[in-house]
Design a protein around this ligand. Structure first.
Ligand SMILES: NC(=O)c1ccc[n+]([C@@H]2O[C@H](COP(=O)([O-])OP(=O)(O)OC[C@H]3O[C@@H](n4cnc5c(N)ncnc54)[C@H](O)[C@@H]3O)[C@@H](O)[C@H]2O)c1
Length: 374
């Protein structure tokens, strides 16, 4: 029997646009229980890039006007991968046209805008998802199970960080990421990921205190130019957080971390054990179990394999390792499966709004010099 199909419209052809196109195609091949995603239309302001994507990935149509894409009656799902400033307008238009919407993280530029998007989606009765791909790591799912089952005992501390160095050079030009009109800086760009991870593992955060810092005050308007423009957002954010479940911890977001490419990591300690993870070694989870013979006890390596679903859908052998694009493939497969089954995807716009609320609260805490309660 022929599998059902689902038609995708993609807006944006940058870093994430490519990740989405690859992931939708792979999802249809890796997972046979979902309708096969068909790449229908791609839109980018830059027509040559859109046309390039049509050739590279086999989209039926290449457009320069995103509104024509969201209004195309042949499209079922709209994927938004443009700079954050544009997410809200595009998502609201796609929701109004009755499309299921995947929107990259951070969902938008403020909690109020995120709430508007979430309510519009819930009213439209369609499915939504936001691009917190790191939550799709089978080892993070296993870590969450370990915590929920009480294997670590009473959790006492969460120490999380998302540090990258892609803005560390003061000569890296000003871009949409430095523009306060497009939302916060590192706290939203990379910080949203570690906030999402913290919530995924330990649940809601009820209080936050924060310090935001901008060590690089200006950047060249374009590569190699003498003229410089003010950086209006944070480069580094340091947060103290209290979880609803009672434990507390720290979160850091940093895009000036020289030499770090993808340090999305955490250490969680509980009365019975500790887990340590770093996305730069995303197939490894380190586990210390308390109470064993101290002469031989220590951190053990849990290496990803088919025993950590859905790893086995990609590869029958352990230790061969998944990569970033595989996480995106799992994310898209779960989204399409949720659409097919008529259930909510996770994380959806509601969860993305929760992340955005925490970012707003942290900024408020920084400005007021006092704790913010959610
Ligand atoms: N999930 C992740 O791990 C991850 C990683 C990187 C970026 N992101 C998020 O993805 C989004 C995009 O980031 P990126 O790094 O891919 O950006 P990018 O600059 O590489 O790509 C943005 C694309 O959008 C296009 N574009 C801009 N305005 C447009 C418009 N009005 N209509 C149509 N196309 C338009 C640009 O031409 C470009 O092709 C951001 O929200 C970012 O936070 C997520």
């Amino acid at each position: 029997m022929m599998r059902n199909t689902i038609r995708i419209g993609l807006i944006g052809t940058g870093f994430m646009g490519k990740a989405h196109a690859l992931a939708y195609q792979a999802a249809g091949n890796v997972f046979d229980d979902i309708p096969r995603p068909m790449l229908h239309a791609v839109a980018d302001l830059d027509g040559a890039r859109a046309e390039g994507f049509r050739n590279q990935f086999g989209f039926v149509k290449a457009l320069t006007e995103w509104r024509a894409l969201v209004e195309d009656p042949e499209i079922d799902v709209v994927s938004i991968t443009t700079p954050t400033l544009f997410h809200k307008e595009m998502a609201l238009a796609a929701l109004a046209a009755g499309k299921h919407v995947h929107c990259e993280k951070p969902l938008t530029i403020s909690g109020a805008d995120a709430q508007e998007m979430m309510l519009a989606a819930e009213k439209a009765g369609v499915r939504t998802a936001s691009g917190f791909n790191y939550l799709k790591n089978p080892l993070l799912k296993y870590a969450r199970e370990m915590i929920a089952s009480g294997e670590l005992g009473e959790i006492t501390d969460f120490n999380g960080i998302h540090a990258e160095g892609f803005m560390a050079d003061p000569e890296t030009p000003w871009s949409w990421r430095c523009d306060p009109a497009g939302g916060q800086g590192a706290i939203a760009d990379v910080g949203s990921h570690i906030i999402a991870v913290a919530r995924f593992l330990l649940g809601p955060i009820s209080e936050v205190f924060a310090q935001l810092d901008t060590p690089i005050k200006t950047r060249p308007v374009k590569a190699g130019e003498a003229e410089r423009k003010e950086v209006g957002v944070d480069d580094i954010a340091r947060m103290l957080v209290v979880f609803e479940r009672g434990c507390s911890g720290t979160l850091q977001a940093n895009w000036l971390a020289t030499g770090r490419n993808m340090q999305l990591g955490f250490q969680i300690s509980g009365s019975n054990g500790t887990l340590v993870f770093d996305q730069e070694r995303m197939n490894e989870l380190h586990y210390y179990k308390a109470g064993e013979d101290p002469r031989s006890n220590g951190f053990r390596l849990i290496e990803s394999g088919p025993q950590h679903p859905p790893y086995g859908a990609f590869c029958v052998a352990g230790g061969h390792h998944l990569g970033f694009n595989d996480l995106k493939t799992i994310e898209m497969a779960e989204f399409i499966r949720a659409i097919d089954q008529g259930v909510s995807a996770t994380p959806d716009f509601r969860e993305a709004w929760e992340v955005q609320r925490l970012i707003d609260a942290a900024v408020m805490a920084h400005r007021n010099g006092s704790w913010a309660r959610l």
